[in-house]
Design a protein around this ligand. Structure first.
Ligand SMILES: Nc1ncnc2c1ncn2[C@@H]1O[C@H](COP(=O)(O)OP(=O)(O)OP(=O)(O)O)[C@@H](O)[C@H]1O
Ligand SMILES: [Mg+2]
Length: 476
């Protein structure tokens, strides 16, 4: 039994992918700009170009409409003057018109109505810019009010009436549109690249991190690489970290379990071999050796059986429906069985519970869980003391609690959770007898019923284990 003196779980768990692990996350291989970047980039760029050209065209059209009468005076005053002079011309003839125009023109701040005939001569010989004339002609042909330019046909000749805008700076050549177009294209290129980079960068980090995890580097984390982002992508990064952490925990516990199982199997096998060797060397010890071989075989069988139960519980029972079970009756049976064992060892067992507590459960598994906890209590309680088992009805009708309390040494506070781990054996008395699987199986069984199990040290000394089960439990 020398081997079992060393708690297998006290061996340091093998680290995940030792030597392979890259604690330095800079080792995450980043690919150059991926397809996502280019997709974002072209989508944004196209959108910006379309929006830019749409707005540009609208502004240009509006400007052109404004420019149509840029060199002419607009508004009701100009329309009135043009209308009046046209009437004077129609009824008073060219001489009356000329007199009126020269009279107005001579006055300070007077109305300067221009009249140009179809030979492009102004009636008073005043100079008119070709562009102004063209604008007046365009406006005179356009229907609508106010009519600030007007065409009159008298004696087979066309006369154009309009009022040039005063004090307008002479028109220079329009500025080239290419400069703003080029600036817009360059700015949209830069902005699209920046946006595409901002959106695709975390995705590339995520991808690299997934690759790293797939390659076995389970300590890969990307939370820090998300910077100060507060959006769904950053949440995704945090979820990834959580997932990687859980995976790391799961795999390390699986490895530790494998390690403990091999360690546990090795001791009885070594003792079997020793017994066989002894029997071969000294045939007269055959009987003793066969007894020993039988004991070891039984122990191996028990160990393998418990491991199978544990692995079945961990795999989940696929939602097998439970049968209706009376928890009070089930606990009473287990307590009765334990009483015999306890009384033979000078300890007592007391059961508190009455009535019925019906639950949907897998009776055999619950029986195993209760038995493991109660047998521990009987095993660890001091000689002459009582193990108390009670069904407690709380104020919450949805919950049933079974408590198992002993008067033993209890468990160090920092190990109260660890005792439920497979192969954990504390330094208490009686530890050599078990594998350290009893409470792990109990926890698996209780959790499979949707409940939970915990242990606490009693104020008066000893350990109390609490099993909490939902009243209407389904088997999950
Ligand atoms: N009632 C208790 N009082 C004190 N220590 C306890 C008690 N119950 C469990 N423990 C501690 O928790 C450890 C794990 O218990 P568990 O039932 O899983 O294993 P075991 O009893 O040693 O072996 P097995 O149940 O597989 O035969 C025990 O070795 C013991 O140190
Ligand atoms: Mg036990």
């Amino acid at each position: 039994m020398a081997d079992s003196e060393l708690p297998a779980s006290s061996l340091p768990p093998p680290a995940i992918g030792d030597g392979l692990l890259a604690t330095d996350h800079a080792s995450l291989t980043m690919r150059p700009m991926g397809r996502l970047f280019w997709k974002f980039f072209f989508a944004f760029w196209l959108a910006l170009l379309l929006a830019g050209s749409g707005v540009g065209s609208a502004v240009w059209l509006h400007q052109r409409a404004l420019d149509a009468g840029r060199d002419l005076e607009g508004g009701p005053r100009a329309a009135f003057l043009v209308g009046e002079t046209a009437i004077v011309f129609r009824y008073g003839g060219i001489r009356a018109l000329r007199e009126l125009l020269s009279d107005w023109d001579a006055r300070e701040g007077g109305a300067h109505v221009f009249v140009v005939d179809d030979a492009e001569r102004e009636l008073l010989g005043r100079p008119v810019a070709a562009e102004t004339l063209a604008q007046a002609r365009r406006l005179a042909q356009r229907p609508g009010e106010p009519r600030i330019a007007r065409l009159e046909r008298v004696a087979e000749r066309d006369y154009l009436f309009f009022v040039p805008a005063e004090g307008r700076a002479p028109r220079h050549g329009a500025p080239s549109p290419w400069l703003p177009i080029l600036t817009g294209i360059l700015a949209s290129l830069g902005f699209s690249a920046l946006l595409a980079w901002y959106l695709s960068k975390p995705v590339r980090h995520l991808r690299a991190a997934f690759d790293a995890v797939a390659a076995g580097r389970l300590d890969t984390r990307i939370g820090a690489r998300m910077g100060r982002r507060r959006d769904e992508i950053a949440d995704l990064g945090r979820d990834f970290d959580h997932m990687a952490g859980q995976l790391q925990l799961l795999i390390s516990s699986q490895r530790r379990l494998l390690h403990d199982v091999s360690h546990e199997l090795r001791s009885p096998l070594a003792r079997l071999q020793a017994a066989i060797g002894l029997a071969r060397q000294r045939p007269e010890t055959l009987d003793g050796a066969l007894d020993r071989i039988e004991r070891e075989a039984i122990r191996l069988d028990r160990l393998v059986g418990e491991l199978l139960t544990l692995s079945r519980l961990e795999a989940g029972m696929g939602g097998t429906p439970g049968e209706e079970t009376d928890l009070v009756e089930l606990t009473r049976i287990v307590a009765e069985d334990a009483r015999f064992e306890a009384e033979a060892a000078g300890r007592r067992v007391r059961f508190f519970g009455d009535g019925e507590a019906l639950i949907q459960a897998h009776a055999e598994l619950l029986h195993r869980a209760l038995e493991n906890v109660i047998r521990n209590a009987v095993k660890f309680t001091d000689e002459g003391t009582v193990v108390e088992i009670a069904i407690v009805r709380t104020s919450d009708p949805e919950r049933l609690v079974v408590t198992v309390s002993d008067r033993g040494p209890g468990v160090p506070e920092d190990q109260l959770q660890a005792i439920f781990e497979p192969f954990f054996r504390g330094m208490s008395r009686g530890r050599a007898a078990g594998f350290g699987l009893g409470l792990a199986i109990a926890r698996g069984a209780v959790e499979a019923h949707g409940g939970h199990i915990c242990a606490l040290n009693r104020a008066c000394g000893g350990l109390q284990v609490e099993i909490v089960l939902p009243a209407q439990t389904g088997f999950g």
